[in-house]
Design a protein around this ligand. Structure first.
Ligand SMILES: *Cc1c(COP(=O)(O)O)cnc(C)c1O
Length: 238
């Protein structure tokens, strides 16, 4: 299957899942995850109108943003971000979905103030409880949002999570529902209030479930580009 055909199939699956969850077919945003994929293949997706792309490594994202600078791409940073990479990430990213600690918010804010611009962010929450996963514990989100309110250039729009990596549908859905609960509570309590609408959850293996549980953003890579060669190998040097 070509990138174009896979993309059309994925879009149809997203529309159907949105309809099943009682929402408009276009209510869910697709962030196409292009990590390890070459700029030439990414171009095939952009030609199909897919301009919303996600990368999980700063250096790889920057290189691709430069290689595709002639096209109107909106880049999301979706991977763990070291504080010393803040300057570099802001050279290409239009959004950071992996805000997971106050020191990172403060470093981003400082740089953004210098640049005179703002940044949309999602707060990453660890809903699986796995020690290997990044993200705030659900019970720490409320205090975190109060602290982040002091960072004027940071605009929290919602939350992001990775579900437990398991074929167990009930466990995966539990993670997604937990993120939705975190969002619903934050909308009531947080200084940012009603701006906290987004739920970024669901990847190639589980995005229809995520949409049924309320996802407004899904992050999908392999369903469109095919399997990545090896779990930890990268076509693109990092
Ligand atoms: C790689 C990645 C995805 C997409 O995973 P696929 O299996 O390719 O759909 C989503 N979110 C994050 C944070 C990722 O690193």
């Amino acid at each position: 299957m070509t990138v174009a055909a896979n993309l059309e199939k994925t879009r149809a699956t997203i529309r159907e899942a949105a309809a099943r969850s009682g929402r408009a077919p276009d209510a869910v945003r697709l962030v196409l995850v292009s990590k390890t994929v070459s700029p030439e293949r990414i171009r095939e997706a952009i030609w199909e109108g897919q301009t919303d792309l996600g990368e999980n490594k700063v250096q790889e994202g920057r290189s691709k943003a430069e290689a595709l600078a002639d096209l109107p791409v909106r880049w999301s940073m979706i991977g763990h971000l070291q504080t010393n990479k803040v300057k570099d990430v802001l050279r290409f990213a239009d959004e950071v979905q992996s805000l997971d600690r106050l020191s990172l918010a403060e470093a981003l804010d400082k740089r953004l103030q210098h640049l005179g611009r703002g940044l949309d962010v999602l707060v990453q929450v660890n809903t699986s409880g796995e020690a290997s996963k990044y993200g705030l514990a659900p019970q720490d989100v409320s205090a975190f949002l109060k602290d982040v309110a002091a960072c004027d250039a940071i605009r929290p729009k919602g939350f992001m999570t990775l579900a437990t990596f398991t074929p167990d549908e009930a466990e995966v859905r539990r993670c997604f529902r937990l993120l939705r609960d975190v969002r619903d509570r934050a909308r009531q309590d947080a200084p940012q209030g009603a701006a906290l609408a987004d739920l970024s959850m669901g990847m190639s293996g589980d995005y229809p479930w995520a949409i049924e549980e309320g996802a407004t953003i899904v992050r999908v890579g392999q369903a469109v580009f095919g399997p990545r060669p090896l779990p930890d190998s990268h076509y693109w040097p990092s």
